[in-house]
Design a protein around this ligand. Structure first.
Ligand code: ZN
Length: 316
């Protein structure tokens, strides 16, 4: 079972694979039987949920395991630290399950590599032509410029980002391109530490530490918090979001199109490079992507029924 949302109906002898640490993919960690993910995915899940995971076997990127005549290999998905695609090779067919993918390099992740397969199961979060993201460098520059302008006006830039993945990319962004101290909501703390331990250098202060409080009171700085946190929205804070949904927001909210997902063009190129016989698409704009794969690549794609993920706070 890959990324089950519920543990009901999973046979006791099954093995569960978890592709990455976002909450809509980690239901399988509640399964009592054998579970596998990358060690980073397990550690980020623990940092977010303080949840002990028993009966666990680590599966590193580019490693594989064999069950009977089936070989399962984990490949980098480029979506966040530890995120994996799974390539399942059977004697008859090969199946690639992408999970959530990002096909470009970022400050904290390497692009997902396509892999030739017979059957491809791919996400379609931004699988509609309206989602074509500007270059990463352009978006990075816009975020830094906004933060510096905000500070010049005597205010604190407050960025709302998802606690795992996006937050660490934004911490790294300010570490690399500015000297501004980065203060974070304590919820981001454990995930930052997991990234740091895994070789992504990050420099930050938690807002409940003494240093974090002092800097927030007195010094120019940037504050990062979760999408729904309103605690720091006061007169001194100017807030903005960093999400791919920025391209379709029609409100006066400041939002930057920084996404951990492939955009429409990346998805089409990825499918083309995998050269599958059959494609199944899931989540987001599955129907739009299904149609585009038919018209652009002549592929008979089918949509896997799933919940819709089209809101600002759910850009996992
Ligand atoms: Zn995700």
């Amino acid at each position: 079972m890959i990324d089950p949302s519920t543990t009901r109906r999973i046979p006791k002898t099954a093995r569960v694979l978890v592709s990455h640490a976002h909450g809509d993919h980690t239901g399988g960690f509640r399964y009592r039987g054998l579970k596998q993910s990358t060690p980073q995915t397990r550690d980020i899940h623990r940092a977010l949920h303080d949840h002990r995971i028993s009966n666990f076997r680590a599966l590193d990127i580019n490693n594989h395991f064999v069950v009977d005549d089936i070989r399962v290999k984990a490949l980098d998905a480029g979506h966040m630290l530890g995120s994996a695609q799974f390539l399942i090779e059977t004697p008859n067919k090969s199946i690639l399950y992408t999970g959530d993918i990002n096909c470009i390099d970022t400050l904290t992740t390497k692009a997902a590599e396509p892999e030739h397969c017979d059957i491809l199961v791919i996400e379609a979060t931004y699988g509609s032509p309206q989602y074509r993201f500007p270059s990463r460098e352009t978006v990075y520059a816009e975020i830094v410029e906004w933060a510096v302008d905000t500070i010049k006006q005597g205010r604190i830039p407050c960025l709302h980002v998802y606690a795992a993945g996006k937050a660490q990319e934004v911490v790294r962004l300010f570490n690399v391109y500015t000297h501004l101290p980065v203060i974070v909501n304590p919820r981001l703390d454990g995930v930052n530490e997991t990234y740091h331990r895994s070789g992504v250098p990050l420099d930050w202060f938690s807002s409940d530490s003494r240093d974090g409080k002092t800097i927030l009171e007195k010094d120019p700085c940037v504050y990062l918090t979760t999408p729904s946190d309103r605690a720091h929205i006061g007169r001194r804070f100017s807030r903005a979001y960093a999400t791919g949904w920025a391209l379709s927001l029609h409100s006066r909210i400041t939002a930057f199109p920084l996404s951990s997902h492939a955009d429409f063009d990346q998805l089409i190129s990825f499918v083309k490079a995998c050269d599958p016989e059959q494609v199944f698409v899931f989540t987001g704009f599955a129907e739009d992507l299904r149609r585009a794969l038919g018209s652009k690549l002549g592929l008979d794609a089918r949509a896997v029924p799933s919940y819709l993920q089209r809101t600002l706070a759910e850009d996992y």
